[in-house]
Design a protein around this ligand. Sequence first.
Ligand SMILES: *Cc1c(COP(=O)(O)O)cnc(C)c1O
Length: 367
Amino acid sequence: MDAAAAASVARRVAATVRPDIRALSAYAVGHADDGIKLDAMENPYGLPDQVREAIAAAARATPLNRYPAARHDALETAVRAAFGVPDAAALLFGNGSDELISLVIQACCAPGDVVLSPVPSFVMFDLSARFHHARFIGVPLTPDFGFDLPAMLAAIRTHRPKVVFLAVPNNPTGGRWPDEAIEAVLAAAPGLVVIDEAYQPFADGTWMPRAATLENAVVLRTLSKIGLAGLRFGYLAGAPAWIAEIDKLRPPYNVDVLTEAVMLAVLRHKDVLDEQARRLRASRDDLARDLAALPGVTVYPSSANFLLARFSGKMGGNAVHQALKTRKIRVRNFPGGEAALADCLRISLGTPDEHAALIAALRDILA
Ligand SMILES: *Cc1c(COP(=O)(O)O)cnc(C)c1O
């Protein structure tokens, strides 16, 4: 394409694509094939050969020339059994839980309606609201990343949100909001509350047993953080009347036949995922202690498979992030982001060797 044609394309794009979309910068997904990857809350362990063989066999036996079936009855049964979804709750499957976040907002929000969440929290709550012409209201956490219940209740009264998202435990801060605080939000919320339990396998407690009986809340889960981030599978559980409406927005065939086949194979070995999650969780306190022993480092309490740490010594968070990157150790920083996260790095739990390499590198960098 010559320069004149490219300029013409640019004019057409500018005249056609929504201004608010053009003003966004694309969601930054870090990708690296080498080094130590502790930036995306992935399970570092991978699946054992026996499970990989079962997956390969399931994939081989799956015809790809036919559309997926309209219903996923076998997978529903398997998901209910594996994750304790109550019989009376309805289930909706998504292409990752990101898709389900989007569907909830589409189902509930007319243009200008409010989506509300504590901040900092999962950025997709904000982005997805904007994509669907809803208005996002973020309610700041306390300075040490606690849940500010009075501020949440005041914001709910003022803004009457159609949807409230509560990530429990919260990303990127790691804390699990107290049940009583969530109860108070449920009592005050005029619309739907989505309890996003992406990190539940690393925490104590879950709202899942109440998924069928909560009148204005649904429970969201994903397989991504326990070992299947590449697969794209999430599920939403709630009272049938809620799920039936949200299901109307679901693109047909959003869960493809390979995902279904692989999920069924993996869930027969769910004990492997549980054991890996247990191992990761058991390593969390040691890593937190080693990080907190470094000069100028504050580590926040975490119930997830990551730790948020603030680097307020001679070197700030961005400089430490860069120095780690030079050594091919990837963690997450928040460069353009919120003041609350200044100098914070989010470090996913890895293997014991990866933790040792990280701590050795940080000792060197901060010396
Ligand atoms: C990672 C994450 C998700 C997204 O999960 P996918 O299923 O991979 O789309 C949802 N919610 C929170 C809070 C997360 O941190």
